[in-house]
Design a protein around this ligand. Structure first.
Ligand code: HEC
Length: 166
């Protein structure tokens, strides 16, 4: 009889332990869900990884709405642009390497020509309103692209120079 009682008490204790373990598991679950949603909020990392946004349809915000390239590069215009670029832009841009700003090499593979023109002529508004320029400002640690007060024709010559940087 004593042994049967012992077995019963053992069974009782172990079932209590099992039940309370089960309850613990249930209690833990909401925490797990919280952690998951927390991670989702932090998903900005994904944006940081995609540092190079490619969008050839976005024309940007500013005076330039339409640019048509001649099939061949206008070399004299590009040479003018290269000179201007060295004076006005090379403080922050190196042609092929990331510097204070991005390297313009291949820029026309990731941006429309209109977007590039508007970024040169209207950077103040672009970095506030344009989604690509806004992201670039974050990627480049908040240092803003500066307006060099170029005329549209001067900006166009730099754009032609950028066509030579593939
Ligand atoms: C004071 C530094 C500075 C100067 C000077 C400057 N830029 Fe920038 N530029 C930047 C920064 C920084 C960015 C990245 C966007 C941002 O942080 O605002 C940028 C972005 C750009 C972009 C976009 C590049 C891309 O990959 O999308 C172009 C195009 C550009 N600049 C062209 C020029 C041209 C052309 C000049 C000269 C007329 C010039 N910049 C002068 C700092 C500068």
């Amino acid at each position: 009889m004593k042994t049967i009682l012992k077995v019963w008490t053992l069974l009782l204790i172990s079932s209590f332990v099992l039940i309370s373990c089960g309850e613990n598991d249930k209690k833990k679950e909401p925490e797990k869900i919280k952690i998951k949603t927390h991670k989702k909020v932090e998903s900005k990392k994904i944006d940081k990884k995609n540092k190079i946004i490619v969008d050839l349809n976005n024309k940007g915000i500013g005076p330039v709405t339409s640019i048509t390239f001649e099939p061949t590069i206008n070399t004299s215009l590009a040479a003018k642009g290269e000179k201007l670029y060295k004076v006005k832009c090379s403080a922050c841009h190196k042609p092929t390497k990331k510097f204070i700003g991005p390297a313009p090499t291949g820029v026309l593979k990731r941006r429309s020509p209109e977007w590039v023109m508007n970024m040169i002529l209207n950077p103040e508004e672009m970095i506030i309103k344009d989604p690509i320029a806004k992201q670039l400002l974050i990627d480049y640690n908040g240092s803003p692209m500066e307006n060099q007060n170029l005329t549209e024709q001067e900006a166009r010559s730099i754009l032609e120079y950028f066509r030579t940087l593939k």
